[in-house]
Ligand binder design. Structure first.
Ligand code: HEC
Length: 124
């Protein structure tokens, strides 16, 4: 009996652990904020104001996602395309990398939602 209990405890812990690991990769939950902080904040800044530690090396500077005026002129699709296919695809700087190979669709969609939260705007 004890062996059976231990067996189940081990199964439960390993499956919880793998769920956690996969959640981190964004399979179960996609948190735009987490992805943003990991991949985007070095340039765009943790607050999204375009002042990441890498920003001073870039010309043009990374976009300020808290700029309501700028962000309100963008559709969600334009933001999606800029993230997925990079700055060049939307007529912007090539210093904005394309993320379509690194991040999947739900992850990029969650980033667009997070950008809308940062700018407190809805766009076109
Ligand atoms: C290596 C630095 C760098 C990283 C990392 C980076 N960006 Fe950018 N991003 C830029 C630069 C520079 C621009 C400005 C391009 C311009 O104005 O010509 C930009 C522009 C953008 C734009 C377009 C803004 C507009 O005016 O339409 C969006 C959207 C964007 N970034 C989102 C992201 C997201 C989301 C991530 C993380 C997945 C990210 N960026 C990671 C450098 C970066």
């Amino acid at each position: 009996m004890r062996k059976i209990v231990i067996f189940f405890v081990v199964i439960i812990f390993t499956s919880l652990y793998s769920m956690h690991a996969r959640a981190e990769e964004g399979y179960f939950f996609t948190s735009g904020e987490k992805i943003y902080n990991r991949y985007c904040s070095p340039c765009h800044g943790i607050k999204g104001d375009g002042k990441g530690f890498n920003a001073k090396n870039l010309d043009p500077r990374p976009a300020n996602h808290t700029n309501i005026e700028l962000m309100n002129r963008r559709t969600d699709k334009e933001l999606y395309d800029a993230i997925s296919r990079g700055g060049r695809f939307v007529g912007k700087s090539t210093l904005m990398p394309p993320w379509g190979e690194t991040l999947n669709k739900p992850q990029i969609e969650s980033l667009v939602l997070y950008l809308r939260k940062l700018c407190t705007c809805r766009g076109l």
